[in-house]
Write a protein that binds this ligand. Structure first.
Ligand code: B12
Length: 213
């Protein structure tokens, strides 16, 4: 049954995937197993995109399927120690960039790992990051970007946080297609993460919250 869900999601069969998720939840299966299948299916979708089997609309559609399955599964997730602690993370795709599929995956993974995530969306101006940091006082800020043209926006955002006197209050991670450790150094962020699990690992390390409690 497990591999069926992986196949259905990765073949973009939304209705069947949702029905199977429903059946598995009703049968009392561990929601985390369902999420793990969804994650594995998304890896297959990513590979199919890279090898030219899938195209952008497929990628966007797979994100929608993931979102629906996540919404169905979430209420049944166990209250883990980190869920009780709820460290806060403000995240957004930086100014000038409209890519949100990767950011949404990161947001989703942080959320199900117990962090309280405030997603500012796409094309987020530095001052919007600053305003949200002042409002919710997060421990962590995440910046996503997929274009080389937004390296500067990453740096401008870190600078704006600094100028607002908030730099010492947050750890800043960056990620997204063209980001790497060099952009991290250029922008003044604290870390670069290659994928959603790296974002979770960084957040857990910085807040001292781990799976084993
Ligand atoms: C889908 C897509 C689009 C879609 C976006 C839809 C959407 N809602 O996001 C659309 C069609 C709108 C689009 C538009 C454009 N795009 Co585009 N797009 C892509 C594409 C094909 C896939 C990106 C994606 O979503 N991948 C899926 C995610 C899940 O993969 P992932 O990167 O592995 O995700 C992980 C990491 O990124 C990481 N991560 C992400 N964010 C964060 C944040 C933190 C804090 C951390 C730790 C980790 C992290 O975790 C994710 C999950 O594991 C890429 C090509 C590619 N192969 O990457 C081009 C690409 C990014 N686009 C590109 C370009 C040029 C454009 C346009 C300028 C095209 C144009 N001429 O109009 C516009 C720009 C619009 C804008 N201002 O943003 C270029 C960028 C080139 C460059 N070096 O700058 C690319 C690389 C294509 C190419 N090879 O030329 N695009």
């Amino acid at each position: 049954m497990t591999s069926d869900l992986v196949a259905l999601i990765s073949e973009l069969k939304k209705q069947e995937a949702i029905q199977l998720t429903e059946r598995r939840l009703t049968a009392g299966e561990d929601p985390l197993k369902i999420l793990d299948d969804a994650r594995r299916a998304m890896q297959i979708v990513g590979r199919r995109f890279s090898d030219g089997t899938y195209f952008i609309p497929d990628l966007v559609y797979s994100g929608k399927i993931l979102g629906e399955i996540a919404a169905m599964v979430k209420p049944g997730l166990p209250q883990t120690p980190q869920a009780r602690k709820r460290a806060k993370i403000v995240i957004g795709t930086v100014a000038g960039d409209l890519h949100d599929i990767g950011k949404d995956l990161v947001t989703f993974m942080l959320d199900i790992n117990g962090f309280e995530v405030f997603d500012l969306g796409i094309d987020v101006q530095p001052q919007s990051f600053v305003a949200k940091i002042k409002e919710v006082r997060p421990e962590i800020v995440g910046m996503s970007g997929f274009l080389t043209s937004v390296y500067q926006a990453m740096k401008d955002t870190v600078d704006a946080i600094d100028q607002a006197g908030l730099r010492d209050t947050v750890k800043i991670m960056i990620g997204g297609g063209v980001m790497d450790d060099e952009v991290k150094r250029y922008s003044g962020a604290d870390a670069y993460g290659a994928d959603a699990m790296a974002a979770v690992d960084l957040a857990q390390k910085w807040t001292g919250v781990h799976d084993d409690g």
